[in-house]
Write a protein that binds this ligand. Structure first.
Ligand SMILES: Nc1nc2c(ncn2[C@@H]2O[C@H](COP(=O)(O)OP(=O)(O)OP(=O)(O)O)[C@@H](O)[C@H]2O)c(=O)[nH]1
Ligand SMILES: [Mg+2]
Length: 125
């Protein structure tokens, strides 16, 4: 499964990506720090039914450890989305191509309100 990380520029998308995947990527307080998509893997850790049923796990596309299934989830961290992207502003809609394979999106929002629509730091709320 693949999940895309989307949102305005400079709101913490790569910070979340890096925390989830432990992949070291550029993080900085200005828009378009990320241009080319970052891709990494994290795991959804769930109780394996064999623990209760006493069966022998036969993992094909996940890891089995201590009664738990570690299901790999690919995370895709893309460039920020600015107003007018559909008309070619910023990186235009190029980043949408990076997200084609994603079956879900995580929308990252800067709850402090300290970035404007373009992703520039601001003191206005
Ligand atoms: N206070 C605070 N700062 C954060 C948090 N998450 C990220 N930041 C800061 O916000 C700035 C932007 O973080 P990035 O992770 O580079 O944001 P981004 O959305 O990937 O930015 P672009 O790739 O430029 O679109 C950095 O200075 C981070 O340290 C948070 O939860 N709290
Ligand atoms: Mg980024």
């Amino acid at each position: 499964m693949e999940i895309g990380v989307v949102g305005k520029p400079n709101v913490g998308k790569s910070t979340f990506f890096s925390a989830a995947t432990l992949v070291d990527v550029d993080i900085a307080n200005y828009p378009f720090t990320t241009i080319d998509a970052n891709v990494g893997v994290t795991y959804a850790i769930v109780e394996h039914p064999c623990k209760e049923l006493g069966c022998t796990p036969n993992p094909q596309n996940y890891e089995y450890k201590d009664g738990k299934a570690l299901i790999p989830i690919k995370i895709i961290d893309v460039a920020g989305l600015v107003p007018g992207a559909h008309e070619g502003r910023g990186l235009g809609n190029k980043f949408l191509d990076d997200l084609r394979m994603a079956s879900a999106l995580i929308h990252v929002i800067d709850a402090t309100g300290k970035t404007d629509a373009e992703g520039n730091p601001t003191d206005h709320h």
